[in-house]
Unconditional design. Structure first.
Length: 254
């Protein structure tokens, strides 16, 4: 009985196999959905996420769109490598002829503001700016004013602007009353104030060269501005205001 059942089972298998491949052989009309077709539709070849759409190959953020490779701001889109630029021409006043690239309106044209004359030894030889030094009685007036300035163009994208230099004050005045003044300011070229830098007077005597350093809080990036020095003395007892070895440095993106 067991042998007969086995024979029937084998016959059924044989018939089933024949029905799976009609027209099998060379020139057969249509191949069956055999292993060859399976190769074309097998998810492991055509649609397998690990081959065609695998995020680790085609769209993996670590390869195609990884910010550290393609759009990394530190490589591809880095916005700025800062550089520094000296804005003043003849900042130490030492180019010849005296006063080159500065505009001066002295109390007496016979005595230029930028000078090698005595008064105080220049901080950086041979020249310095010597302002004031007269009393009104010397010229028959009640007060006297000296003016010195230079216009500078601040680079676009400036993030840091610093003025450094040295100043000194020597006076014949006494007491604690302010009679003579010396000021350094950043202004518009039309005279409109932008930012005060230094305010000295006869009561703040500094007989030796004193360091000056001022970081501007006002953003003047991309503008042409004026660095201005002014002194005013009253009728008696002159005060001298000295300046030397200046530097106006802008830190900016090129």
């Amino acid at each position: 009985m067991k042998a007969a059942l086995a024979a029937v089972a084998l016959a059924a298998c044989a018939q089933g196999s024949a029905k799976l491949v009609p027209g099998d052989g060379p020139g057969g009309p249509i191949d069956a959905p055999d292993a060859t077709l399976a190769e074309h539709v097998d998810a492991h070849e055509f649609h397998d996420a690990h081959v065609f759409m695998d995020a680790h190959v085609f769209m993996d953020a670590h390869v195609f769109m990884d910010a550290h490779v393609f759009m990394d701001a530190h490589v591809f889109m880095d916005a700025c490598v800062p550089q520094t630029t000296e804005l003043l021409a003849n900042p130490a006043f030492d180019l010849t002829p005296m006063g080159t690239l500065w505009t001066a309106q002295p109390i007496d044209a016979s005595f230029p503001i930028i000078t090698a004359d005595n008064g105080i030894v220049a901080h950086s030889a041979p020249y310095k700016a010597w302002m004031g030094g007269w009393a009104g009685t010397d010229k028959g007036v009640n007060s006297l004013t000296d003016l010195l300035y230079q216009d500078v163009t601040v680079p676009a994208n400036t993030t840091h602007l610093v003025l450094t230099g040295y100043y000194a004050v020597a006076t014949a005045e006494t007491g604690t009353t302010v009679f003579d003044t010396g000021n350094v300011d950043l202004i518009e070229t039309n005279g409109t104030p932008i930012e005060a830098v230094l305010a000295e007077n006869n009561t703040t005597s500094a007989a030796n060269w004193t360091a000056l350093s001022h970081t501007f809080a006002t953003n003047v990036s991309g503008r042409t501005v004026r660095l201005r020095f002014t002194t005013t003395n009253d009728i008696t007892n002159p005060t001298s205001f000295y300046f030397d070895t200046l530097s106006l440095v802008a830190t900016h993106c090129p």
